[in-house]
Design a protein around this ligand. Structure first.
Ligand SMILES: [Zn+2]
Length: 300
C-alpha cells in the first residue's frame, strides 16, 4: 500500500523515472490516448489517432486478436510504440504475439514491427512488402522485420474462432492495402482504405489511386459478407454503414473532380469548386484539396 501511494505521488508530480515506463520518447498525451478497448469477443483495438495534431499522433488503430495459439497484432503504429503496444496487450492476455499483419506500407502502421521478436510471422500483401523494402527503417539488419508471408488476392489464417481472412481488392490508399475480416465476430478492419471521415490520403508514390479507390471499396462491399462492425484506419470503431458511406464519398469526390476537369477547370479552380460538405455534413474537409489535386492529375 505504502509503495502504491509513493508511486502515485511520483506520477502526480510528473517525475516518474524513465526506467519505470520506457516511454521517455513519447508524448504522454499520445500514450494516454492509445488505450485498449474490446471490439467484440477476443478482438481488441489499441486506439489510433490522426496526424491533424502531430503531438498527439501515435499512428493507426491496432487490432489485437487473441487466438488459442497466441496474439495476432494488426499494424504496429509509429516507431517507438512497441512497449506501449505490449503493455496494452498484457492488460488483456498473457499469450505471446505470434503474428503481425501490416495493412500497408506506411510508417504509422509498420513502425514498431522491430520491437517484436523476429520469430513473429509478419504477413502483408506482396506489393506492401515491395514498398516496405524501400523504407529506411527496413534496411540491413532490420530487413528481418519485413513481411515473411505475402499474398496477392486472398489469404486465410487459422480456423474456427481464430480465423482471419485477408483480402486485396485493388489500389486506393496505396497499391497494397489489406482488408482483414474476423468472420466469427462479424468485424472488418480496413487499414487506411477507410481511414477517417474526410477525403482519403492517396499515396501515388506507393501506387495509390483516387480513380481506383471507389471501385476497390465497392469490391470490398460486394465481396465481404456478415460484417456489422468496422475498425477504420485511425478513427474509433464504427459500423458497416459508415464504411459504405465512405465508399460513396470517394465515388462522389472522383465524379466531382471529373466533372470539374471535363468543364475545363484548372486544378486550382477544381479545389475551389469541388465541395461535398452539403452531402456529407459529418465529414471534415481538411484533406479535400490534396485529394482533388491527386485525382485531377490522374484523370486524362
Ligand atoms: Zn496510410
Amino acid at each position: 500500500m505504502r509503495r502504491g501511494i509513493t508511486l502515485a505521488a511520483i506520477v502526480a508530480v510528473g517525475v516518474l523515472p524513465v526506467t519505470l515506463t520506457g516511454l521517455q520518447q513519447l508524448n504522454q498525451g499520445a500514450v494516454d490516448g492509445a488505450q485498449i478497448e474490446q471490439v467484440k469477443g477476443n478482438l481488441y483495438v489499441i486506439k489510433g489517432s490522426t496526424p491533424v495534431d502531430r503531438d498527439l499522433f501515435s499512428g493507426g488503430n491496432v487490432g489485437v486478436f487473441v487466438m488459442d495459439s497466441g496474439v495476432a497484432v494488426v499494424d504496429t503504429k509509429l516507431p517507438g510504440w512497441g512497449q506501449v503496444l505490449l503493455d496494452r496487450i498484457r492488460s488483456v492476455t498473457d499469450k505471446p504475439v505470434v503474428t503481425i499483419i501490416n495493412t500497408h506500407t506506411h510508417g504509422d502502421h509498420v513502425g514498431s514491427n522491430e520491437f517484436f521478436p523476429d520469430t513473429v510471422n509478419i504477413v502483408a500483401h506482396a506489393n506492401t512488402k515491395t514498398n516496405m523494402e524501400e523504407m529506411p527503417g527496413f534496411q540491413g539488419m532490420n530487413a528481418k522485420y519485413l513481411p515473411k508471408q505475402t499474398f496477392t488476392d486472398r489469404l486465410t489464417l487459422g480456423s474456427g474462432a481464430d480465423q482471419v481472412d485477408l483480402y486485396y481488392f485493388g489500389a486506393g490508399h496505396t497499391n497494397g492495402d489489406t482488408f482483414i475480416v474476423y468472420p466469427a465476430l462479424g468485424v472488418l478492419q480496413t487499414g487506411d482504405m477507410f481511414p477517417w471521415r474526410d477525403a482519403p490520403f492517396l499515396d501515388v508514390n506507393n501506387g495509390g489511386s483516387g480513380v481506383a479507390l471507389p471501385n476497390s471499396l465497392s469490391e470490398a462491399i460486394s465481396t465481404i459478407q456478415g460484417v456489422d462492425t468496422v475498425v477504420p484506419g485511425h478513427i474509433p470503431v464504427t459500423t458497416w454503414e459508415s464504411f459504405q458511406e465512405f465508399q460513396r464519398f470517394t465515388a462522389d469526390l472522383l465524379s466531382a473532380v471529373r466533372t470539374a476537369k471535363g468543364a475545363g477547370q484548372s486544378a486550382d479552380q477544381a479545389t475551389r469548386t469541388v465541395d461535398l460538405s452539403g452531402r456529407y455534413p459529418d465529414y471534415d474537409s481538411t484533406r479535400v484539396e490534396a485529394a482533388v489535386r491527386v485525382i485531377f492529375d490522374e484523370l486524362p
